[in-house]
Design a protein around this ligand. Sequence first.
Ligand SMILES: [Zn+2]
Length: 280
Amino acid sequence: MKHTGKRLRALALAAAMVLLMTGIAAGRIQGTLAAPAAAQSTPTLQQMYGTLGQYTKGPEAIKARISGNTLTIDVYVNFTGSYNAKIDGQTYAALAKKGIRLWAGSYTGSRWDFRPGMGFSVRVNVMDIYNGAGRLPGQNYFDFVCRTDLGRSYVNYSTGFYNRELLGTGQGAIVNRGYTNGAVVMYNGLSKRYTANQYAKVSAHEFGHVLGLGDLYKRGIASTPECPQGKFYAEGDIMATQGRVTPNNIEMFLEAYRTGWYQAYLNSGYEVKSKAIKSY
Ligand SMILES: [Zn+2]
């Protein structure tokens, strides 16, 4: 009997333990289904990238910071040339600033960029001066040169040789010593004059180069949702032709900001394919 009693007590104890464990398991399931766990799986922009404070020295012409799900980009630009010439009543400078601000907006992540469904916003502050007047001491400004003739607009550094700290200075691997490193040399049309919208879009594309991004067009890359090629005046990628700013463009910018490296779409010549590109 004594022996059987021990066995019964052992069985009862085992049963109690099973119940206890079932209770723990139930609690776990409840915890998994609760809202806080879902929030944990989608980090904020700041949790992914930090504030960016450690990458900013002070005088740079492009300065970025992150707070929560907001990325703020400060842009210091010096307009020169025919910035007061107009298209449909708007000056080249006004249209260029409109283009630079096309990088601002609300974005959603995907399987290729940031995290799927993750929402964040980008703010762009443009600090513009003209012919160097009123420049803040110790602050670099990249030139934005407005021309009134036709040509292929470009940014003044050699392809693959981006350096954010040198933007707005006379140093670095630059194409034209008459302009600052990272100067946008903006023509008023390619084969014919730009419309106001085209001028803003081309300015946004060139600004993408100032931010450290390479060209997407003419690279033979298939269109993907991450990097849509687009066509003229269609909604492709801004680093293709006349497109829009995509979450991937923002991711490439953040990569350039943190590493100091030029962000290309393919390995080609001095260009190294960006880690931000994951769809091909
Ligand atoms: Zn380009």
